[in-house]
Design a protein around this ligand. Structure first.
Ligand SMILES: [Zn+2]
Length: 478
């Protein structure tokens, strides 16, 4: 019995040593930013170094240096050259990883995107490794570089002149908190006060929903603004281009409401004015739109009536690594989640093993898997509505025929709404396995009938998304 206890203690100690990395032994309390370009198409890619920069205090959790989330299209890993020990790792997605799923990239057109990897400043030479995940979520080495902290070529300039810093919500030491930086775009000098007000407004939006509400005292949120020469945002479809600090633009991948910035260096330089774990870009415009990429950035306009909901949805992507649970909106991607591979995101599933759904622990035994929610009836009625609309648009109907068609359209819409309401009422707040998610009507499933990742109807994340987000918060604070 005693021998067994000794053995258990030994095994426990060994696992702590393997999992934990001594921050002070390997790192200084500063941030190393490795900037690189990824160039390629769906079939080949090339990664090249741009620059290496030393920025201010390290914001991350010194007790969690190795990422155990295992998601994102890429993974950066840092190994101590002398001991070959893995001392830091982090997964992320980027615009390039979306680009390679577009028709343009599949047909061979190459594009270049810029990216930055952040890690604490090592005390000794490291082997910096970029791994790329395949469709089965198996990661392979894509790029390796030795980085010696003694190299005097590293840049160490501060943020651009004129950068304004606004402490919107302060809780404590960055090492023990989630540190968010909110970068303003499209705010002119005259609109600096407006930016600060918007920062305050979005602090309240974030903490109005769970699980953020319960962890309010564990977040630091700092607004950082380099005033823009002009207000607003680029709208290519309208030929409207404005000079802004980080060049946010609608129409990413030719999707009208998809708002992104490709000027990675610009927003990183501004964000680097403060220690940060995650970036949100607040865009001073009233049109509906946004974008969010895991461990990259979340971005939203702030003045549309649904902007606050969009902000929460995009933050779900960028901070928690959640998937889109909707499937009806047009996207530019081809087979974003390949057949036969379980998505890495925690909030959608291909249901390849119905007895072992990844959120099984949250499903009540009386809930059927998959969970019927009137999907076929709703979709049949929507198809009928679309067909009637098409006929009406031809303008070839007689007055009487038009009247009949409009009546039938209204009836179909009323039936659809009724079926939806009945099912929402029946399943509200209950975890099941609902078909239709991840841009696919069939074969991909979501955990609840409603979630912020599914629709903007209500400001509430489903139980699975709340749990995934809480796990991420704890990664930064525990
Ligand atoms: Zn959800």
């Amino acid at each position: 019995m005693k021998r067994m206890t000794v053995l258990l203690v030994f095994l426990l100690a060994a696992s702590v040593m393997a999992g934990g990395v001594d921050f002070d032994r390997f790192f200084e309390n500063k941030t190393l930013r490795v900037d690189f370009f990824i160039t390629g198409n769906a079939h080949e890619e090339d990664i090249t170094l741009d620059q290496i920069k030393i920025e201010g205090e390290w914001a991350g959790n010194p007790r969690h240096l190795v990422d155990d989330f295992i998601k994102g299209a890429y993974f950066i890993k840092a190994y101590d050259v002398a001991s070959n020990a893995l001392i830091y790792s982090r997964g992320f997605d980027c615009i390039y990883s979306e680009y390679v799923t577009t028709t343009q990239a599949i047909e061979g057109a190459k594009r270049t995107y810029h990216h930055s990897a952040l890690l604490p400043l090592p005390k000794r030479p490291i082997r910096f490794v970029l791994e790329k995940g395949d469709k089965q979520n198996i990661y392979r080495v894509a790029w390796v570089r030795t980085i010696d902290p003694a190299d005097y070529h590293f840049l160490c300039e501060g943020p651009p002149q004129g950068t304004v810093i606004y402490e919107a919500h302060t809780s404590g030491d960055p090492h023990n908190c989630v540190d968010l930086v909110w970068v303003g775009d499209g705010y002119s000098t005259k609109e600096t006060r407006q930016f600060k007000k918007d920062c305050d407004r979005y602090v309240e939006v974030l903490f109005s929903v769970e699980p953020f509400k319960s962890y309010r005292h564990k977040f630091n949120i700092t607004g950082v603004l380099l005033p823009s020469a002009e207000s607003g945002v680029d709208e290519p479809r309208k030929g409207r281009y404005v000079k802004t600090a980080v060049s946010s633009s609608f129409n990413a991948f030719d999707i009208p409401r998809y708002l992104l910035t490709e000027d990675n260096k610009a927003y990183r330089d501004i964000a680097g004015a403060v220690p940060y774990d995650a970036i949100v870009i607040l865009v001073n415009d009233e049109r509906y739109g946004g974008g969010g990429i895991y461990n990259f950035y979340g971005l939203t306009t702030v003045n549309h009536e649904l902007s606050e909901n969009v902000f929460l949805h995009e933050f779900g992507h960028s901070f928690s690594g959640l998937a889109d649970e909707y499937y009806s909106s047009a996207t530019a991607y081809n087979e974003f989640y390949p057949q036969g591979a379980e998505p890495a995101e925690l909030n959608i599933t291909r249901l390849m093993d119905p007895d072992n759904v990844k959120w099984k622990a949250l499903i009540s035994p009386s809930t059927p898997v998959p969970t019927p929610w009137g999907k076929q009836e709703v979709e049949a009625l929507e198809a009928e509505m679309a067909s009637i609309n098409k006929t009406l648009k031809t303008g070839k109907l007689s007055t009487e025929e038009e009247k009949v068609s409009r009546k039938r359209f209204d009836e179909a819409r009323a039936s659809r709404n009724r079926i939806r309401e009945v099912n929402v009422e029946k399943w509200r707040g209950k975890v099941g396995v609902f078909e239709g998610a991840g841009y696919s009507s069939e074969g991909i499933y979501r955990p609840e009938i409603h979630c912020m990742m599914y629709s903007n109807a209500r400001k509430e994340f489903c139980a699975v998304c709340r749990a995934a987000t809480e796990r991420m918060i704890k990664f930064y604070i525990d």
